[in-house]
Design a protein around this ligand. Structure first.
Ligand code: GDP
Ligand code: IMO
Ligand code: MG
Length: 458
């Protein structure tokens, strides 16, 4: 497989690679490849990362927490990753959890240990994991508060967000309000950490009087986690700098969540609390924008959404049910049924405007194999008139009417297709339409869960 890694661009200027007192290098360094969700999540990012990770030296997570659920199927075994980069399955690569990620420590160790038992892929995973000292910590009480906030929203507004209750919103709130605690704090003076932890608990208890926290028990556990974590912790900025400017390295960034869940660009307030678009790769890892190379957008051949919020192409009918059942559309993190609908190219184009995709991976084409006809949303109308933008206001988005293009179904099993010519002409037509409408080449087409079921187009 030929990937457009740009390691060949690396120029040796003769400058010392190390930072610190020596001169920093002024060449461009290596380029990083970024994989991002182009819809509302669960597009198959894990699978695309797994495919690319076989060639990567470093695989990084830059944002989100264990609200993500990325599935990887290797040799018939299914692994699910929430906090760990999916690339951890490749024993030759290093995995890095960047400063932009919020980490729930019990969740991290549980996930690694659970997946390690499934096969040989994760053996010794702790030795291949680097955790940034600047990453913020999600505490158990953040998760409890997440649930309390959902109950409050339901009571006050008659609807909640439908969060994963993994404490993501509260942890990023602590970070933004500058009361959060980071990995470097946990590994520093524990007395100081304990004081700040108690203050943070107190702050939340004054907002939520029903919140009970066994502070001493939490601190005892955190101290134990700290010792298990210590060998993995590094200064993420320096690590990335070395990876970019040392010997040519192939660096892959695994986005979590997706464009329409982005705190700035998503369907606010029905979003997550981090930047899931390309900027999150820079701020969440400490890498300069000029080091971003390929940006691969992952989109399903239809659309799904977990949780509450407007979904213009949702099909609350037999089509939606068929997509849900055939696509096994159940959340990896929460076990909730995913809402399903037709592919919405208004949102994928919007995601492209923000991310500048260099290519797209179109997944789950095989799920459409049995349909008589397939629709694709191409524009939104309001009061009968096309609107030029993806609306920021959710009341407006709720009201839009979708303009569709209709395609005849190919009614052929595509799951065994391994190259473009194996696909039926009607499926090829569907793919080419999508490509032309977004204006970005489709590099892969997914026709099944495993690594092999990815048709590479160029
Ligand atoms: P992520 O969060 O973007 O990594 O995606 P998830 O893992 O949450 O959900 C994608 C689901 O679709 C997983 O169960 C994958 O195994 C599955 N999947 C990915 N690509 C394909 C595909 O091309 N065809 C089929 N049938 N399943 C796929
Ligand atoms: P991956 O990486 C799908 C959704 C939740 C909820 C909203 C806010 O697997 O694609 P949060 O717990 O983040 O505060 O929830 O965002 N959400 C996701 N939906 N896939 C994800 O991740 C998601 N991460 C968050 O369902 O609606
Ligand atoms: Mg997922």
């Amino acid at each position: 497989m030929s990937l457009s890694w740009s390691a060949k661009d690396h120029k040796n200027t003769g400058q010392p690679a190390a930072a610190g007192p020596k001169r920093l290098r002024n060449d461009m360094g290596n380029k990083v490849t970024v994989v991002l969700g182009a819809q509302w999540g669960d597009e198959g990012k894990g699978k695309v990362v797994d495919l690319l990770a076989t060639e990567a030296d470093v695989v990084c997570r830059c944002q989100g927490g264990n609200n993500a659920g990325h599935t990887v199927v290797v040799d018939g075994k299914e692994y699910d990753f929430h906090l760990l980069p999916s690339g951890i399955i490749n024993p030759k690569s290093i995995s890095l959890i960047g400063n932009g990620v919020v980490i729930h420590l019990p969740g991290l160790f549980e996930e690694g240990d659970k997946n390690e038992k499934k096969g040989t892929g994760l053996k010794g995973w702790e030795k291949r994991l680097i955790v940034s000292d600047r990453a913020h910590i999600v505490f158990d009480f953040h998760q409890v508060v997440d649930g309390l906030q959902e109950t409050e929203r339901q009571a006050q507004e008659g609807k909640n967000i439908g969060t994963t209750k993994k404490g993501i919103g509260p942890a990023y709130s602590s970070k933004a309000s500058r009361t959060g605690l980071r990995v470097c704090d946990l590994l520093g003076d524990f007395k100081d950490f304990s004081t700040r932890f108690k203050n943070l608990v107190h702050q939340y208890q004054s907002m939520y009087p029903s919140l009970t926290v066994d502070v001493e028990d939490q601190l005892k556990k955190l101290k134990e986690y700290a010792e298990r974590l210590r060998p993995m912790v590094r200064d993420g900025v320096y690590y990335m700098y070395e990876a970019l400017h040392g010997s040519p390295k192939k660096i892959l960034v695994e986005g979590a969540n997706a464009a329409l869940l982005d705190i700035d660009f998503g369907t606010y307030p029905f979003v997550t609390s981090s930047n899931c678009t390309v900027g999150g790769a820079c701020t969440g890892l400490g890498i300069p924008p000029l080091n971003i190379g390929d940006v691969f957008g992952v989109a399903k051949a239809y659309t799904t959404r977990v949780g509450i919020g407007a979904f213009p192409t949702e099909q609350l009918n037999a089509v939606g049910e068929l997509l849900q059942t055939r696509g096994h559309e159940v959340g990896v993190t929460t076990g909730r049924k995913r809402r399903c609908g037709w592919l919405d190219l208004v949102i994928v184009r919007y995601a492209h405007m923000i991310n500048g995709f260099t290519a797209i991976a179109l997944t789950k084409l095989d799920i459409l194999d049995v349909l008589d006809e397939i629709k694709v949303g191409v524009a939104y109308k309001l009061n009968g008139k096309r609107i030029p933008h993806f609306p920021a206001n959710m009341d407006v988005l709720q009201k839009v009417e979708v303009e569709y293009e209709t395609f005849p179904g190919w009614k052929t099993d595509t799951s065994a297709a391994r190259k473009w010519n194996d696909l039926p002409a009607k499926a090829q037509n569907y793919i080419r339409f999508i490509e032309n409408h977004i204006g970005v080449p489709i590099k892969w087409v997914g026709v099944g869960k495993s690594r092999e079921c990815m048709i590479q187009m160029f």
